[in-house]
Structures are given as C-alpha cells and as structure tokens.
Design a protein around this ligand. Structure first.
Ligand SMILES: [Zn+2]
Length: 261
C-alpha cells in the first residue's frame, strides 16, 4: 500500500521514522508527502532525502490560505523546477473551498481571481515538468479545476479527499482523474458511496494526516498505517478480495506518481 497524501512534515521530526516503520508493518510501504507552503516544501525535501524509498515528495502551496504574491509564487516555481531529475510531484495545490465558505458565512467578500491564477500557474508547472499533480478541489471547485486542467492541456490529476455531486463525480471519472479515499470511509456515507462505485483503477488510499478522524479513530493520532484500513474497507464495500484491492490501489499510486516498483 501507499498513503497517497499525507502532511508528514507537520509531524514531529523525531516521530518520522516510527510512523514510517509502523506503516511498513501494516503493509504501507510508502507515502506521498505533500507540502503546504514554501517552508513546508523545504522540510518535505529533507524528509525525502532521509527516507528516499519511503517518501515521494510533492511541492506546492495549499489553497486554503492566502495565495502567494506573484514574486514568491515565481520563486517557489523556480525552486520546484530546480529539484531536477529527482522524483517529485506538484502539490498540495488547488482551490479554497473551505476558506471561501467561511468568508461567505461571515459576510466577507472573497476574491477567487488570485487563487485561480495561482492554480493555473501550478498546473502549467506540472505540465512543463511532466509531473503528477496533487489537487485540493472539492465539491463544485472540482468542476472549475477540471476546466483549468483542460485549458492548460494537463491530465490526469489526483483529486485528494474529493467530495462532490454525482454529476461532478461522473465527469471526473470520464476524464480519467484519480481520487483518493480517506479513513472517513469507515463511517462517512458519502465517502463509502465513492469507494464503492468510482472506477477501481482510478482510486487511491490516503490519510491526509495529521488531520484527525472520527468513528473508530476518534482521539487517535492519524498515521500512514491507516491507509491499509482504507484499502480493506474499499474491498469490503465492493465485495472484493482484500489483498487484491490493496495491490490495485498501490499499483494505481505507483503508476500515477511514477513510483519505482
Ligand atoms: Zn492535504
């Protein structure tokens, strides 16, 4: 198994080896370690150097915060391009659904323009570098993200923690985009529905740790080992063999992220 999306840089450095060790014991042999801003990118790079067989780094700027000013965005894109031939992805990037919702509830105006321009820039970067893309674009934002991907001539992308209407989900599947299922699949009906019906060859497992979960995980630290539970639950929901599904989800992650076998 591979945990296709985790913020490993947000855990204490002294816990990294233990988390990856526990993951390996559970059959999760690697993680895609995403970054949330320029300084997080540097920590992620340290992680990838320290655990080259376990951590595939993704570099970006998380969309649920202020977009980077033009100069800083260009500096980050230059830095990412400067990683050269190392194996890496672009992410976490996307569109600010939750920040926009918060502004709407508080009656504050919210300008999507800079966010859209920033995402378009990251999509172009991923296209130019020929790299995978870890996207945060939930609900209706997934439609907008798909339009941007089409306009920039890039695809497929990985829509992490995707949630959305049946229409949007069908469009994602038709376009061949990957989505990932989180430990929420053990207790959240919408996540269970996606896990049961989205094309299996476009499905990934993720934890998005350290994000905390509920249900059987209430009060527990989120860790990459939980990606194995996700695979087992996807198998149960589809009435398929557990090992076969775990292998398929891992193969999907390896294929999309270009992980060496
Ligand atoms: Zn994330």
């Amino acid at each position: 198994m591979i945990d296709a999306h985790i913020h490993l840089d947000m855990y204490e450095e002294e816990d990294w080896a233990e988390l990856l060790g526990r993951a390996a014991e559970a059959g999760v042999r690697g993680v895609v370690g995403v970054s949330k801003d320029p300084s997080s990118c540097r920590v992620t790079e340290v992680l990838a150097r320290k655990f080259p067989d376990r951590v595939l780094p993704a570099y970006g700027h998380h969309p649920e915060q202020e977009p980077l000013p033009e100069e800083e965005l260009e500096a980050l894109c230059d830095w990412i391009a400067g990683r050269g031939n190392a194996n890496f992805a672009v992410g976490e990037v996307g569109l600010p659904y939750f920040a926009r919702e918060e502004a709407r509830k508080a009656g504050r105006p919210f300008d999507m323009g800079p966010h859209i321009r920033q995402l378009a820039r990251f999509i172009r970067l991923a296209r130019e570098l020929g790299r995978p893309l870890a996207l945060h674009a939930v609900h209706g934002d997934a439609d907008l993200a798909m339009e941007l991907l089409e306009r920039e001539g890039y695809g497929p992308a990985h829509f992490h923690w995707y949630k959305g209407s049946p229409g949007t989900t069908a469009r994602l599947a038709r376009a061949g985009h990957y989505i990932s299922i989180t430990p929420e699949v053990l207790y959240d009906p919408a996540s269970r529905e996606l896990a049961a019906h989205y094309p299996l060859d476009r499905l990934l497992a993720e934890t998005d740790g350290p994000w905390p979960y509920e249900g059987p995980y209430a009060g527990r630290r989120t860790e990459p080992a939980m990606a194995a539970d996700v695979a087992a639950e996807v198998a149960a929901l589809r009435g398929l063999d557990r090992n076969r599904v775990a292998e398929t989800l891992a193969a999907n992650a390896r294929r999309y992220y270009g992980w060496p076998d």
